[in-house]
Design a binder for this molecule. Structure first.
Ligand code: F6P
Length: 341
C-alpha cells in the first residue's frame, strides 16, 4: 500500500511519535509512506516528502512535526476539494492519515464522506476533543506550564507580588486547571466560568491576611469577565473561523493591582507551551495511536479515528471527533477550588 500522512492545525509535541509509529509499522509490513507537506496545503500543492526509516530516525524526542503543518482549509479554497481529490489520485494513495484537531479532522470527515480513504488521529494541546479522553500534546503543555508556575512562585514570594499567568487552551480550561492544580495556583480562571474580579481579589486579600503576601493566578486565554467579551489579539478569523485569543492576563493583572493595591506582574506563556520535546506520556500515546492508525488502514476501516478511552486505544467515527467541544470537567474545577486563597 502507499499511505500518505499529514499533520494539520497548530503543531503539538507528540506528532512525530505518531509519524514514526506509522512509518515503522508500515515499512515492517513492506508498505510505503509519504509525508504530505504542511497539512491540507500539501494536498492542494501536491507537495510531499518520502518517509523512510532514515527520515523518522531520532524524531521521537523532537517537538513540532517533521512534515510541517498549516491551518489551510481546502473547503475555503476555490476548487480546493476537487484539487485535493485529484492530487490524492495522482499521488496514487491507497489511504491517508490525517493527524489534527477539530479543524483538520473536520475536513477529514467531509473528505471521507466524499469517498477518500482516510483515518484520523487526534492531537491538540487544548485536550478539547470529546471523542477521546486525552489528546497527545496536552500532557507536555501541562508539564511546561507547571514548571513555569513553580518558577514564578519563587520570584513572586521574593517580591511579595501577585503573578498572573495566562495560558493557552482556546475555549476549554483543561490546561489552566491541570497546571494550576499541579502548580498550586491560588486562583484558576477558566472559560467555562465568567471571571468575578471581586471574588478573585477578595481571595487574594484573605491570603495576605493569613500571612501569605504573594499569589499565583492562572488564567486561561479563553476566560472572560462576567460582563465582557473575549480578549482578542486581532479581529481577523482564520480559515476555520477562529479568532486569535490573548490579552486577558494583562486586563486581569491591571484590575487586580488596582483593586487590591498589591504589586502585580503578568506572564503570557504563549507558544512556549507548544514547543520542545514531548513528555514520555505523549510519546507513548502518539506511538499507540500511530500503530493503531496503521492497523485500521490494513483492516480497511476508513472514516475512523483512533481514540483513548480509559487506558484503551479504541476507534470511533471520524465525525465524532468534531461533534462537540470537550469543556473542562467541573468536578476537577471544584477540586481546584479547595485550594484557592
Ligand atoms: O489549539 C492550539 C492552540 O495553541 C491554542 O491553545 C491557541 O489558542 C492557538 O492554538 C494558537 O494558535 P496559533 O499558533 O495560530 O497562534
Amino acid at each position: 500500500m502507499r499511505i500518505g500522512i499529514l499533520t494539520g492545525g497548530g503543531d503539538c509535541p507528540g506528532l512525530n511519535a505518531v509519524i514514526r509509529a506509522v512509518v515503522r509499522k508500515a515499512i515492517s509490513q513492506k508498505d510505503e509512506v509519504i509525508g504530505i507537506r504542511n497539512g491540507w496545503r500539501g494536498l492542494l500543492e501536491k507537495k510531499t516528502m518520502p518517509l523512510d526509516l532514515e527520515s523518522v530516525s531520532g524524531i521521537l524526542p523532537k517537538g513540532g512535526t517533521i512534515i510541517g503543518t498549516s491551518r489551510t482549509n481546502p473547503y475555503k479554497t476555490e476548487g480546493g476539494v476537487d484539487l485535493v481529490k485529484k492530487n490524492y489520485a495522482q499521488l496514487k494513495l491507497d489511504a491517508l492519515v490525517a493527524i489534527g484537531g477539530e479543524d483538520t479532522l473536520g475536513v477529514a470527515t467531509k473528505l471521507s464522506q466524499e469517498g477518500l480513504k482516510i483515518v484520523g488521529a487526534p492531537k491538540t494541546i487544548d485536550n478539547d476533543l470529546s471523542a477521546t479522553d486525552f489528546t497527545f500534546g496536552f500532557d507536555t503543555a501541562v508539564n511546561i506550564v507547571t514548571e513555569c508556575i513553580d518558577r514564578l512562585h519563587t520570584t513572586a514570594e521574593s517580591h511579595n507580588r501577585v503573578m498572573v499567568v495566562e495560558v493557552m487552551g482556546r475555549h476549554a480550561g483543561w490546561i489552566a486547571a491541570y497546571s494550576g492544580i499541579a502548580g498550586g495556583a491560588d486562583y484558576i480562571l477558566v472559560p467555562e466560568i465568567p471571571i468575578d474580579v471581586e471574588e478573585v481579589c477578595s481571595s487574594i486579600k484573605k491570603r495576605h491576611q493569613r500571612g501569605k503576601d504573594f499569589s499565583i493566578v492562572v488564567v486561561a486565554e479563553g476566560a472572560a469577565f462576567k460582563k465582557g467579551d473575549l480578549a482578542l489579539q486581532d479581529k481577523e478569523l482564520d480559515e476555520f473561523g477562529h479568532v486569535r485569543l490573548g490579552g486577558i492576563g494583562n486586563k486581569l493583572g491591571e484590575l487586580i493591582e488596582k483593586k487590591t493595591g498589591f504589586e502585580t506582574r503578568v506572564t503570557v506563556l504563549g507558544h512556549i507551551q507548544r514547543g520542545g520535546t514531548p513528555t514520555a506520556f505523549d510519546r507513548v500515546l502518539g506511538t499507540r495511536f500511530g500503530v493503531r492508525v496503521y492497523e485500521l488502514i490494513k483492516e480497511a476501516k476508513f472514516g475512523k479515528m483512533v481514540s483513548l478511552r480509559g487506558n484503551k486505544i479504541v476507534d470511533v467515527e471520524l465525525k465524532e471527533a468534531t461533534g462537540e467541544l470537550k469543556t473542562l470537567d467541573m468536578k476537577l474545577y471544584d477540586l481546584a477550588k479547595i485550594f484557592f486563597g
